[in-house]
Design a protein. Sequence first.
Length: 611
Amino acid sequence: MCGIVGAIAERNVSAILIEGLKRLEYRGYDSAGVAIYSQDGGLRRSRRIGKVAALEQALAEEPLAGRLGIAHTRWATHGVPSEANAHPHFSGSDLAVVHNGIIENHEQLREQLKALGYVFSSETDTETIVHLLHHKLQGLPELADALKAAVKELHGAYGLAVISAAQPDRILAARSGSPLVIGLGLGENFLASDPLALRQVTDRFVYLEEGDIAEIRQASLQIWDAEGRSVQRETVQFHEGAEAAEKGEYRHFMLKEIHEQPKVVQRTLEGRLGSDHALVQAFGPQAAELFARVRNVQIVACGTSYHAGMVARYWLEELTGIPCQVEVASEFRYRKVAVQPDSLFVTISQSGETADTLAALRNAKSAGYLASLAICNVGTSSLVRESDLTLLTQAGPEIGVASTKAFTTQLVGLLLLTLSLGRVRGTLATDVEAKLVEALRHLPGNLEEALAMDKTVERISVLFADKHHTLFLGRGAQYPVAMEGALKLKEISYIHAEAYPAGELKHGPLALVDSNMPVVTVAPNNELLEKLKSNLQEVRARGGELIVFADRTAAMDNGPGVHVVNMPPIHDLLAPILYTIPLQLLSYHVAVLKGTDVDQPRNLAKSVTVE
Ligand code: G6P
C-alpha cells in the first residue's frame, strides 16, 4: 500500500527520502516519486513506474538536491500505475502533495475545481487535494490555515504531506484514516507513514492522531487537533534495533521472519504465564471483570489474521464452551448482524490499520457488544487505540508481504485468550490448563525442531515447481492451517491453491485430483487421524501425489506417490502452530524455485489501508 516520506533539514534530503521509500517497499506499490525544493530551482519532481530503484537511477542521472522534500510510493487505486498518476502531485509549479488513502468525493471536487479553471493532469483522487489547497491559499495565504480549510471538504481517508515553494521552511501534514508519524531529529525533522521509514535518521517519534494537522519545521513542530486546538502529542522513543529492517544472512525477509518464530513466540509468551495458568491481566486491568461476563465471542479479521481466528474457534469452543463465530471483516462490516448478549468482539490484525477490520470495529461499537479486544502486532495502531482491551503480539516488524511470524504469534495470543476466558468463566479444568501452559513453554523448542526440517521441505518443493494447481487438506483445527498453507502458496508462488476440510473431498474436489495436482495434508496424531488416512486413500486411488506432514508417532509410511515428512510430537492443541511452519517453508521454497518476488508478490500489499 502507499507510503509517505518527508524531510526538512540543513542537509540535502534526497538520499534520506529514497532510503525511506526503500524501507517502505515491503508494503507493496507500483510507482514512486519525489519532489524537492531547492533555492535556485524551486520545486522539482521525479517520478517512475516500478521499483524505487528506477527512481533512484533517474535521480542519479538527473539529481534533485535540496533541504526540503516529500516522497511517495503509490499503489494504484484511482487511475492506472503511470508516471502521470504517480505522486507527488502539483498545482501550478509551487505546491506539491503526497497522499495515502482515498478521497471519496473526488469526482465532485474535480468538477468544482475544473469550473474554477484548474487543469488536471492525472486520473487520481489526490490531485483534487492539491488544487483545492491551491484554491484555499488564495484567501488564506498561510499554508496551515489553507490546509485546515481544505481538509474540511475532503470525505474519505487521508494521510498527506504538502510542501510549497512560497513557504519553503515547512512541511504540512494531515491525518484522517491513514497513519502518519513525525520523526524528530536534531535541527531536522521528518515525516512518514510508518516509523520504519525513518529509523536510519531518528529513534524519536510523534504519532499524529485522527484529525490532526501538523506544521513541521527544521527546529519546531506544531500540531492542531481536529477542533483546531493547538496540542502536544507524546514523543515515543524506539528501543528495538534498527536492524529489524535488514535481511541479515537471509536471502529474503520472509525466510528471516519464518526463522524468527521461536524467538517471537517466546516474546509473546513472556510475562503472560504464571506457574500453571495464563495471566488474565495480560489483556488489561478490566479484563478479568469483562471476561467473567462473556457468553459469546465474535472474531473479525482479514487474510492470514482471519485464519488465526478460524483456529481460535476450535480452541474457544472446546476449552471454554463459549460459542464463537469468525468472519472476514469485509463481509461483517456490511451485514446486519444479530448480536448475541454478552458478546466479546475480537479483532485480529498484524498491522492494526487494515481498513475493513477497523471499519468493522467502528461498526461494532454501536452494535451492542460487551467490549472490544484487539490482538495486534502494532501497539501504536488505530485498531489498538480504538479497542477496549488489547493483547500485543511481539512479532516485531514484519516486512515480507506474506504473513508468517505475525500468524503464529496471533495464535499464541488467541490461545492465551482461550485460557484466560476458560479460567475466569470456570469452564477450564485446572489440570488441563496446567498441561497446556507447560506445553506452551516448550513451544519455542518445538518450533526450532520444525525449522530444522527446512532441507527436507526444500527437496519436496521440487514436486510443485511445474504444477498449476494444488489442494491442501486438513481436519478440525488443521483445516484453517491448510487454508493458511494454501494462501501462502498462492500469494508468493502464484500457483492456484485451494484448501478443503478433508471430509469434503468426495463432495467435489476429488473430481480435480490427478497426477498433476499435488495434495498437501497436515496430519497430527489425534482422533481424526484414521479418518484422514481414508481420505488420503481416496486421493491415491485417483493417482494424486500426496505430501503428508505427519506426527512421527502416527506411523505413516512413504510409498509410491506418498511423501511423508515426520513432525515432532506435540500437544494436540498446539499442533496448528507447529504444522504451520513446514507449510510456510514449502511455499517459500516453491516461490524461490519459480523465481517470483518472494517479499513483494505481484498485486499484493502488506497493509491494506483502503477498501
Ligand atoms: C494483507 C496482507 C496479509 C494480511 C492481511 C490482513 O492482505 O498481505 O498478509 O494477512 O492484509 O492484514 P492485518 O494487518 O490486518 O493482519
